[in-house]
Design a protein around this ligand. Sequence first.
Ligand SMILES: Cc1cc2nc3c(=O)[nH]c(=O)nc-3n(C[C@H](O)[C@H](O)[C@H](O)COP(=O)(O)OP(=O)(O)OC[C@H]3O[C@@H](n4cnc5c(N)ncnc54)[C@H](O)[C@@H]3O)c2cc1C
Length: 447
Amino acid sequence: MEEFDAIIVGSGLAGLTAALELSENGKSVIVLEKHRVIGGRTASWDENGMLVESGFHRHIGYYEALPKILKKAGVDVDDIVQWEEQIDIRIKGSKDKATFGISPIYGPIDTLKGAFGNNDILTLEDKLSLAAFFTNGFLEYTKNPDKLDEYSVRQFADKYNLSENALHYVVIPLSAGVFFLPPERYSAKVFFGLFLPGIPRFYKLRIGGYLGGMTEILAKPLAKQIIKNKGTVRTDTKVTELIMNQGKVGGVKLEGGSEIMAKHVVVAANLGGAQKILKRHFETDKSFENIFALPTMPAVTIQMEFKKPILPVDRTTFGPLTSLASFAEQSRSTFRHVPGRLSIILTPPEKFLDMKDEDILKHVQKDAKELGLDLETELTDYRIVSHPEDFHSLEPNNDHLRPEQKTSIHGLLLAGDYTRQPFFATMEGAVISGMNAAKLILDEKEP
Ligand SMILES: Cc1cc2nc3c(=O)[nH]c(=O)nc-3n(C[C@H](O)[C@H](O)[C@H](O)COP(=O)(O)OP(=O)(O)OC[C@H]3O[C@@H](n4cnc5c(N)ncnc54)[C@H](O)[C@@H]3O)c2cc1C
């Protein structure tokens, strides 16, 4: 029977990071991935003849852990990212002024500067109410972030009398656009917490799209380095349960019945996947009650190919008050093999989860028209890519349920963007969680 120092369940950024850190320090590791492609939510693959991805991603300039782990795999972020100058917000129903550029992820100050520049859309009163909203949000986050989790973004906006205009043209695009939830359902802690890490690092406040499919440019180089460090990465291998031995973890059982043994198991699955594995053993264990109580949240994307580009530049765009939460043309960056390509994240995700593909397409085409976009005439192909239970819910009052990487079970660690670390459901958070899990193993004293 195969035996390793550590088994890593899941080949997302959390799992690959943990495996790289461990293998680099001489531990024998195996990564087990249930899908045929590695990368998890940062994956790209051929879906019945069309190249798709888990969903379009933006690299934020203030990320530090992700560039660090990529560097260990020989990848320089500047070589794989196309930095964006600005973000567009398309205004529903507006003919003359269809877009206006602001830079929300460049940082709150620039966001305000950008918004302040839009005199035809925002009045002085709107701008002052925005200033109060952001200033108080950052102050309250710094003082007591957990208290902020009790508010939705909408409730927080009401508390500080944010004007309707400012809500529609700045806050709705930012909440629905970044985490595809309307402000009524979006935790104020998550909303302000996403922007806050950028404040001390202004010079790094920029975002960029990836220059290639994410399995190719992120996951594969990491896996290659793990293999170079004598680790193993296995796809099409689903873990069904843990092997427990006198209260300690001793390995995993695979679909089909075979077993792999190890002193440590890092469950680096998405939240829904982790809950399934852990519930088989710890459903009544109090120390796991938080992870079982943490709700999952879906995400749904539509990816479309066209005979020509739909947008003049490859740039993040928000479509507030429509189903097109955020989208980007990708034919000059991520997917250069087609003349036109749009990747769209849909809101609210639950609405689209069980809808037929052709109905989603029609719905999106209708909404796009209201944003001044024709997604019908030149369309050549499309795919729907859904994530039913990949995210932890970013709605209020959930953040305290996120579990630590360390568990009460000897040898069992958790990793994943939903586990406790300073970031919320991001690639950076996933990498940090993988680093933390590996460190816990490396710091363990030999008996
Ligand atoms: C549409 C979309 C847009 C996003 N945009 C951004 C963005 O712009 N910027 C950003 O920073 N982040 C973004 N994210 C979030 C980011 O992708 C995630 O936070 C991160 O990739 C999570 O990594 P992870 O390793 O924690 O989990 P995952 O990537 O979900 O990896 C978990 C892996 O475990 C595997 N697995 C599950 N169960 C089992 C099992 N039983 N046996 C074996 N394997 C199993 C899964 O197949 C998966 O490969 C986005 C995500 C989506 C879906």
